[in-house]
Each structure stands twice: as structure tokens, then as C-alpha cells.
Design a protein around this ligand. Structure first.
Ligand SMILES: [Zn+2]
Length: 80
């Protein structure tokens, strides 16, 4: 999402982004749970995947699990 251009030493920049995205994907898979309201009300649609304390935009359901250090960074906007 970042449109900023690295100023220098950017030879690793692409790799870093890719690694970060992969890490996020893995963490999301590990920590993300489908919104139960999505499953209940929209069984045919793709459910919103919620991280701890994340809110489903459709139902306002908030995941009750506490945020942990493992998942905290997933909430932050991509910034390098
Ligand atoms: Zn939902």
C-alpha cells in the first residue's frame, strides 16, 4: 500500500516487503477467525476474518480475544 519510494539502499526493499507480507499472511491465518455473525447470517459469502479485538465492519461484532504482541503489528498500517 505504501507509495513512498525508498531513498537509498533499496536493493533489499522489495524482499523486505515481500517477507513482511508473507509474515502477515501467515499470522493472519494463524490468528484470524471468521466473524461468527458472517457465518450465521451470510453463510454463502466469504466471512470477514477478524484478528483479536478487530470489529466486523458488516455486523459490528468485535472479536473478544485480547490483542497480543504476536498480532499487534497486524493492526498497524503498513509502514517501512
Ligand atoms: Zn460479520
Amino acid at each position: 500500500m505504501s507509495r513512498r519510494k525508498p531513498k537509498d539502499d533499496d536493493y533489499d526493499y522489495g524482499d523486505l516487503c515481500r517477507d513482511l507480507r508473507e509474515a502477515r499472511k501467515t499470522a493472519r491465518k494463524a490468528h484470524g477467525l471468521p466473524c461468527p455473525e458472517c457465518l450465521r447470517l451470510l453463510p454463502k459469502a466469504h466471512p470477514t476474518i477478524l484478528l483479536p479485538q478487530q470489529r466486523c465492519k458488516i455486523h459490528g461484532y468485535r472479536d473478544p480475544r485480547p490483542r497480543t504482541e504476536d498480532t499487534e503489528y497486524l493492526h498497524k498500517k503498513e509502514q517501512l
